[in-house]
Design a protein around this ligand. Sequence first.
Ligand SMILES: *Cc1c(COP(=O)(O)O)cnc(C)c1O
Length: 361
Amino acid sequence: MSRAFNFSAGPAAVPDAVLREAQAELLEWHGERASVMELSHRGAAFEAMAAESEQDLRDLLAIPDNYRVLFLQGGATQHFAQIPMNLAAQDQTADYIVTGAWGQKAVAEAAPYVRVHTAASSEAGGFRSIPPRTQWQLTDGAAYVHYTPNETIHGVEFFEIPDVGDAPLVADVSSMFLSRPLDVSRFGLLYGGAQKNVGASGLVIVIVRDDLLARQPRPMAKILNYRAHAEQHSLLNTPPTFAWYLAGRVFKWLKAQGGLAAIEEINRQKAALLYSAIDSSGGFYSNPVQRDCRSRMNVPFTLHDSSLDAPFLAESSAAGLLALKGHKMVGGMRASLYNAMPLDGVRALVAFMHDFARRHG
Ligand SMILES: *Cc1c(COP(=O)(O)O)cnc(C)c1O
């Protein structure tokens, strides 16, 4: 077996223990004499799994009772559009805080459904920092305020939940979900794709406060309507059953790790190790992000000489370190350190980087 340390930004690594468990029960799940992916989503076994996975997620995040948890499809990208459709009338204003490429995409997809106001953006500085809260130009009576707690491409992360007054705060948590505890009660709606930190692609988790489901600002097909999905416990149509099952296994795995405070501590150590290797490389490697908002999940870095990029990628892959190529928007490298990446994987990466710099410096 040659399973390597996988630094992919997404779809990303899944914990070995979860994959082994899924493998062991792939043909016959739960005494059903069939695979979980072959069973009706209307059957008792699947419904019990669905309810248990929701409860495990509620336990992990301490989700208050006045929030619904939805297991949906479409990727975070579809929800860039579905959020304004569900939360705002056409002539209302929604504020967006843009700290990277995903926030920009959220703005573009929302624009047909709401008046989008970019209340703050760090684009002029190349998305290397978070605009100070005092400079945000929030709209009185905004339908909601949207931000991206972790920008997966630019590697910029908020470590505090911003105070935006009375407007519901909406967050695209795709690439930081379950990497640390989060006070759900501060949000109106949280959403994220599963393929970064929760398992397989095809599943989006939406956590939404009850009062927002009452808004119903426009007529729309049920399949787009969050309230309709909530009423049907996310079984309005066939959900991505296997991805949902896998997410449930990941929740159990997180609980076994000691929950989100425990995983946060490991994530902190992993990020500290890698940033310290970059910062102490004498300029061989560099990361452009302001220190107080450097992402713990996605670490972009460049080599001082871009002609070394190709050998870096070839040699790292040969050394069992996968998917380090950076996003084309920022170039260079990117190491994604989601929950499934063990500390040993980061130690191996740092040792490789040190050795590579020594040989090519
Ligand atoms: C990956 C990602 C997305 C896009 O997810 P899709 O499933 O491809 O739609 C959106 N936002 C953030 C922050 C992401 O990391």
